[in-house]
Design a protein around this ligand. Structure first.
Ligand SMILES: Nc1nc2c(ncn2[C@@H]2O[C@H](COP(=O)(O)OP(=O)(O)O)[C@@H](O)[C@H]2O)c(=O)[nH]1
Ligand SMILES: [Mg+2]
Ligand SMILES: [Zn+2]
Length: 294
């Protein structure tokens, strides 16, 4: 039998999984009993035919980003990520509820976050500037870029170097435009995956991992922009709000839901302006969106 080889999952294709091993790309099938293999996974695979193989083992992940799936289950979006960069813009109008949701999921996954304001060639908005200032005060890195004018891209590229990053955010904010700008040979790389795996066409909905020229990887995720609250419960959502963390043990009751509870330190801090009242209001909205029982 052929030897077991290590490889990196580049993309899920219609007919299999593109695995990169020693600079070759192989179309692999996955054993049914394996958990869902995701982009960014390290796997052990065995050759079954020229340019083809079978994934036999999923190596341990250092991180995984989950999204909700059917029957209350979750599916991995990507594995072994170091960072999620959330892209937003003045147009389409920024959904700060979604942004806070991404931040809460990342805080709970141990994945770093960066905020990328794209389309800075357009006039900015007062609301965006206010919210950005409050995110920066919380210690989140903010990059101001324009894919159209190619401004701020050097700083963004420097932040991406040497790590595995996925771009996320609402549709239309410019994730693909930024990926194209950061990976000048993206189309060539995409075509290489298609050709070597004899898939013919690379579906545009497949999340794909690209190596950055300066080292590090960027995952473009056209179809998985929204990863939702995944399986966060209420205490995890509260932990996901950075500024709540030191306050949580000050609440009068251990099982405080931080809503109308008596002696809630989080609500009190929002009322006095010690923490952002906007962020607290969005926290309440996210709780309301959670499935009952949390
Ligand atoms: N004005 C302006 N438009 C941009 C910029 N980046 C992207 N766009 C436009 O925004 C639209 C959505 O871009 P796209 O990259 O497809 O967004 P995605 O859905 O997040 O991948 C397209 O019409 C782009 O031309 C930018 O920096 N400035
Ligand atoms: Mg896109
Ligand atoms: Zn509380």
């Amino acid at each position: 039998m052929a030897d077991l080889l290590q490889g990196l999952v580049l993309a899920h294709l219609g007919q299999g999984i593109a695995v990169e091993a020693e600079n070759a790309i192989v179309l692999c099938q996955s054993l049914r009993k394996l958990d869902t293999v995701a982009v960014g996974d390290q796997v052990l695979w065995r050759q079954s035919a020229p340019d083809q193989g079978r994934i036999e083992e999923l190596l341990p992940r250092r991180s995984v980003l989950l999204r909700p799936a059917k029957n209350g289950k979750t599916r991995p979006v990507a594995a072994n990520l170091d960072a999620v960069f959330i892209v937003f813009a003045v147009e389409p109008a920024c959904d700060f509820l979604l942004l806070d949701q991404y931040l809460a999921v990342c805080e709970n996954s141990g994945i770093d976050v960066g905020l990328v304001l794209n389309k800075t060639d357009l006039p900015t908005s007062e609301i965006i500037e206010q919210e950005l200032a409050s995110y920066q005060a919380l210690g989140y890195a903010v990059y101001r870029v324009s894919a159209a004018n190619a401004t701020g891209l050097t700083e963004l590229a420097a932040a991406l170097q040497g790590q595995v990053t996925i771009l996320t955010g609402q549709s239309g904010v410019g994730k693909s435009s930024l990926t194209n700008a950061l990976i000048p040979d993206k189309e060539l790389k995409t075509n290489t995956i298609s050709a070597t795996t004899k898939h013919g066409r690379h579906t545009t909905t497949a999340a794909t991992l690209y190596h950055l020229n300066g080292g590090g990887d960027l995952i473009d995720s056209p179809g998985v922009a929204i990863f939702g609250l995944a399986d966060l419960n209420l205490p995890q959502l509260a932990q996901g709000y950075r500024e709540f963390q030191p306050l949580l043990r000050e609440c009068q009751f251990n099982d405080c839901r931080h809503i109308t509870d008596k002696g809630c330190a989080v609500r009190a801090a929002a009322e006095t302006g010690e923490i952002s009242a906007n962020r607290y209001q969005r926290f309440l909205k996210l709780i309301a969106k959670m499935p009952q029982g949390h």
